[in-house]
Design a protein around this ligand. Structure first.
Ligand SMILES: *Cc1c(COP(=O)(O)O)cnc(C)c1O
Ligand SMILES: [Zn+2]
Length: 464
């Protein structure tokens, strides 16, 4: 290949490649997943990561203002004049001593990477701006995704803000939180609600996109993962380019962990960092395919020759048992993670682990994050709940430097938050009890008082 950027099969033995403009997102030789690959020797790569700090002085340039594109030399697949940015990636890496205490880390050891600050309120914008840019370079007029909510919200907002494409969104029935559904509708996306769950919707959107030639932005799209690498670049920058010991991230379709692994592999290969952090992926117990396969069945990357029959047998057994993903953390309610092979590679490269946490652990962790001043949705808090387990197990030491990625904003799923803190037993039972949550540890109940000044004053003096 003489191109500076192209697509390449993730299986090194296969060696299949595809043109940069190919939009099938499947290896033409083996049907497997593709990476965006670069001929780094012929590309201008900065000598040190400090180079990127200088971009802050150039914030009037929209590409340098973007928290994604100011790192574009590390994913150079599009010419500057084709890049579509809406100012994504202005996010925060905040030291969180209160949450550190909750998970058993020393003060100063825990940072929360808050991706809820993105334009659509989740980390998905990091990837969407990249996929959208690729879609534009190939002249797409329509873009589609299946979504548990945040990918569709992100696609809708990019289409609405730029007017370049029509968004077509597939959602499962009843499984999308109101915050996310409202975004798809408000931003004028064509919203197709099919009778089925996320895994069904994903299968259908792939068929439909192929048949109608619609550009697919699900995380099987390798260009999205290029943009998501910038989350790691921003973390390193916030830590003054010191590599943390651990990155902890919730696992759904496993796009994030795959992208993070690729980022650290490339930074190491390019000599821009001297070691990679370890990666911890956290599943919800009700959607734990990756945890099962990695920790219980010992599935490993094995230089690309991972045990596919074992993987297929697991999925077949899951279908035979009609096992459906079920967790309140709807953004990770996924039983067939499309990026599983890439995630195996990421954990191999970075020395990773996988854990699962219950919905109760997730909601309690979410409340601790909230009490510490950052609001996140349930799926995001899985990272904190998983970290707590890993510290308890002794896998992560109290003095290790850890960054948890908070993937989405608290307002994405107000139902879960209100039910958690509700003093009304019916609301609790309806929203949480029925889904297996027995009791919660950190409910902040509203205080009921009569409409009487003295009673109100008495209540305030009593509680605050
Ligand atoms: C999409 C999403 C996830 C899951 O990320 P993957 O890359 O699919 O593993 C986690 N949290 C939130 C809030 C999400 O929107
Ligand atoms: Zn291949």
């Amino acid at each position: 290949m003489s191109e500076l950027a192209f697509q390449r099969c993730i299986d090194p033995k296969c060696g299949g490649t595809a043109d940069l403009s190919d939009t099938s997102f499947r290896c033409p030789k083996c049907g497997g997943l593709l990476d965006v690959a670069y001929d780094w020797n012929r590309l201008p790569v900065p000598k040190t990561l400090k180079h990127f700090e200088a971009k802050w002085s150039n914030r009037t340039d929209p590409l340098d203002f973007s928290g994604v594109w100011r790192f574009r030399e590390l994913f150079p697949f599009a010419p500057d004049d084709r890049i579509m940015t809406i100012g994504e990636g202005q996010t925060l890496c905040q030291r969180a001593d209160g949450v550190a205490g909750y998970v058993g880390l020393k003060p100063g050891s825990l940072y929360l990477q808050y991706e809820g600050m993105n334009p659509s309120g989740s980390f998905k914008d990091n990837g969407m701006t990249a996929a959208f840019t690729h879609a534009r370079t190939v002249g797409a007029r329509r873009a589609a995704c299946a979504s548990t909510g945040n990918t569709s919200a992100s696609l809708a907002i990019y289409c609405a803000a730029t007017g370049l494409m029509r968004a077509v969104i597939f959602i499962g029935s009843g499984k999308i939180s109101y915050g996310k559904l409202s975004q798809a509708l408000e931003h004028a996306a064509l919203t197709v609600q099919i009778a089925g769950d996320f895994d069904d919707a994903l299968r259908r959107v792939q068929e439909v996109s192929r048949q109608l030639g619609i550009y697919l932005v699900n995380s099987v799209n390798p260009f999205r993962l290029e943009g998501q690498k910038s989350i790691m670049f921003r973390i390193l920058e916030a830590l003054r380019w010191e590599v943390p010991d651990w990155i902890v991230v919730p696992g759904g379709n496993l796009g994030n962990v795959s992208s993070f692994g690729k980022a650290f592999a490339e930074l190491t290969d390019l000599g821009l960092i001297d070691r990679a952090p370890r990666l911890a992926v956290v599943n919800a117990a009700g959607a734990n395919t990756f945890h099962q396969l990695f920790e219980r069945h010992g599935l490993r990357w094995n230089a690309g020759q991972f045990d596919r029959p074992k993987y297929d047998a697991y999925l077949t057994a899951m279908d035979a048992g009609n096992l459906r993903a079920d967790t309140l953390a709807s953004a990770i309610e996924i039983n067939r993670p499309v990026n599983l092979p890439k995630a195996l590679r990421a954990l191999d490269r970075c020395g990773g682990v996988v854990r699962e946490v219950t919905d109760t652990e997730i909601l309690d962790a979410k409340a601790r994050v909230g009490a510490g001043g950052l609001g996140c949705e349930p799926a995001s808090a899985a990272s904190v709940a998983g970290l707590r387990r890993l510290v308890t197990e002794g896998v992560i030491a109290p003095s290790d430097r850890v960054v948890c990625v908070l993937t989405g904003h608290v307002l994405k799923d107000p139902d879960a938050t209100v039910a958690y803190h509700s003093s009304d037993p019916k609301t609790f039972e309806e929203k949480l009890g029925k889904r297996g949550v027995k009791r919660v540890a950190f409910a902040n109940r509203a205080v009921q008082v009569p409409n009487d000044l003295n009673e109100i004053i008495k209540a305030i003096e009593l509680y605050a």
